[in-house]
Design a protein. Structure first.
Length: 475
């Protein structure tokens, strides 16, 4: 009995650090939370508060902490993914390539139209003016990747968002199409143009009307499949004094999208491809030679974008990049992340089915995530890059974080995670710096149940900020 009382007393003291957050537990929400100070190599971390810290819950986009740590650990901040144009033929003296032109996708999670244009220019500089075969986009590393969520599975037919983009080692522009909507004449149609080409690269149905200066802008867009081709429907209103609005919708086939964009760029550069374009999951022939190549941005820049904007496409592509075998799938990517976590002292059990956190099957604990954060804090050569991807609430791009006291706003770096189906998930994790200049880590995972299906971010942030404010101020 004496031992049990001691354990209960210790638990109560630790939970007291999250005295406000406990209100959600009393209302039926599931919680795994822990905040602890980081000691030096000779010290044990000091736990400031915890609520069932080993409980396995869905972390949503806090999963991206694992993906960022694992790929930094494996490749280093300056690693660049390379996208290559190859062929088994060499251009003749008059610029003819008698064979197929193959884009060998290097798994670049940040490949953009600008990169494809640079690749096109380098092919032109290599002397190519005509291709007698096809333009083939090879996604032999991974793609098509089997969808694991309802939203992603629906994208092949229809897309009303960009966050559920499908995955490919040869995808461009984060697996999404982009159009720009600008006002026309008052009372007339708006102007809808492709963001990345002089003429639209897919069918566009535009029923957006231009309103006077006192009107209101409201746009609705869906990308659908019609007769085997992609088509964008844009409707609504835009005011005459509104700046052009960009709309992103997930592509039905990222590799085919790359082929379409690159094909248009080749034509614009004066390189004729006689055989059209297509995609393949086959590896380029071993005797294929490199005609042109482009290196993407350094990994440290890609991570900044992936973490700051919680880009699901980038996160899952990065996780797939960690798999050695060709034609990788998300299960293998998840296993690679799990193996990384298993090597971190004190982590404990974890299940990861994706690198983005879109999949509800991902399960980890506050203690586990904090172990990853502590591990990265100890990697002095990686920590600055890793931490830079987290948001300071006071100036981060996610406005819903700008809550709480000035102490919370300016002493915390955080990654958040959100899911709404089948239950609400609100998760946040990161580092804090106390007023005594000590570093700490914290993770809060809150999952709803069938009896508590909804939870606002403001409610969670208000409670967590009060608790962290006290911990920061008292140490």
């Amino acid at each position: 009995m004496t031992v049990s009382l001691a354990v209960l007393a210790t638990s109560s003291v630790q939970a007291a650090g999250f005295s406000h957050l406990q209100e959600l537990g009393q209302q039926g929400y599931q919680i795994s939370a822990q905040a602890r100070l980081l000691g030096d190599s000779a010290e044990e971390p000091e736990i400031l508060g915890s609520i069932t810290p080993e409980k396995l819950l869905t972390p949503a986009s806090v999963t991206k902490v694992y993906t960022a740590a694992a790929i930094l650990d494996a490749l280093g901040p300056q690693y660049r993914f390379t996208t290559t144009l190859k062929s088994t033929a060499r251009p003749t003296g008059d610029g003819v390539l008698n064979g197929d032109l193959i884009l060998d996708g290097g798994g670049d999670p940040g490949l953009t139209s600008e990169d494809l244009w640079r690749l096109t220019q380098r092919l032109y500089q290599a002397g190519v003016r005509r291709v007698t075969g096809q333009l083939l986009v090879s996604q032999w590393r991974f793609g098509p990747v089997e969808c694991r969520t309802v939203d992603r599975c629906a994208v092949t037919e229809r897309s009303d968002n960009a966050y559920s983009a499908l995955l490919s080692s040869s995808g461009v522009n984060y697996g999404s199409w982009c159009v720009q909507v600008a006002p026309g004449a008052v009372g007339g149609p708006a102007r809808v143009t492709d963001c990345n080409a002089m003429t639209p690269l897919m069918g566009i149905s535009n029923t957006v009307t231009t309103q006077g200066a006192n009107g209101a802008t409201g746009l609705v867009a869906s990308r659908v499949q019609e007769n085997g081709t992609e088509h964008l429907r844009v409707a609504g209103k835009i005011t005459i004094n509104e700046l052009p609005q960009e709309i992103y919708r997930a592509s039905a086939d990222p590799a085919a999208q790359t082929a379409t964009i690159l094909g248009a760029m080749l034509e614009l550069a004066g390189i004729k491809v006689e055989g059209g374009h297509g995609t393949t999951s086959e590896r380029p022939p071993s005797n294929a030679i490199r005609l042109a190549a482009v290196d993407g941005k350094p990994l440290q820049e890609l991570l900044l974008r992936m973490l700051n904007y919680s880009n699901n496409y980038m996160a899952d592509v990065m996780a797939l990049d960690l798999v050695d075998e060709p034609q990788a799938q998300l299960d293998q990517a998840g296993e690679t992340l799990e193996a990384f976590a298993a090597e971190i002292p004190g982590h404990g059990p974890v299940t990861l089915e994706s690198g983005s956190g879109l999949t509800t099957g991902n399960k980890t604990s506050a203690q586990g995530v904090n172990s990853v954060l502590e591990y990265m804090y100890g990697r002095s050569e990686l920590f600055p890059v890793f931490a830079a991807g987290l948001q300071a609430p006071t100036n981060g791009p996610m406005r819903h974080l700008r809550r709480g006291s000035q102490t919370f706003q300016s002493h915390v770096m955080v990654k958040t995670g959100t899911l709404n189906q089948p239950v609400a998930v609100r998760a946040l994790s990161g580092y804090f710096r106390t007023t005594g200049q000590r570093w700490g880590v914290f993770t809060v995972l809150v999952n709803g149940t069938s009896n508590t299906p909804y939870l606002s971010w403001s409610r969670v942030l208000d409670l967590v900020s009060l608790d962290l404010d006290q911990m920061i101020s008292q140490h």
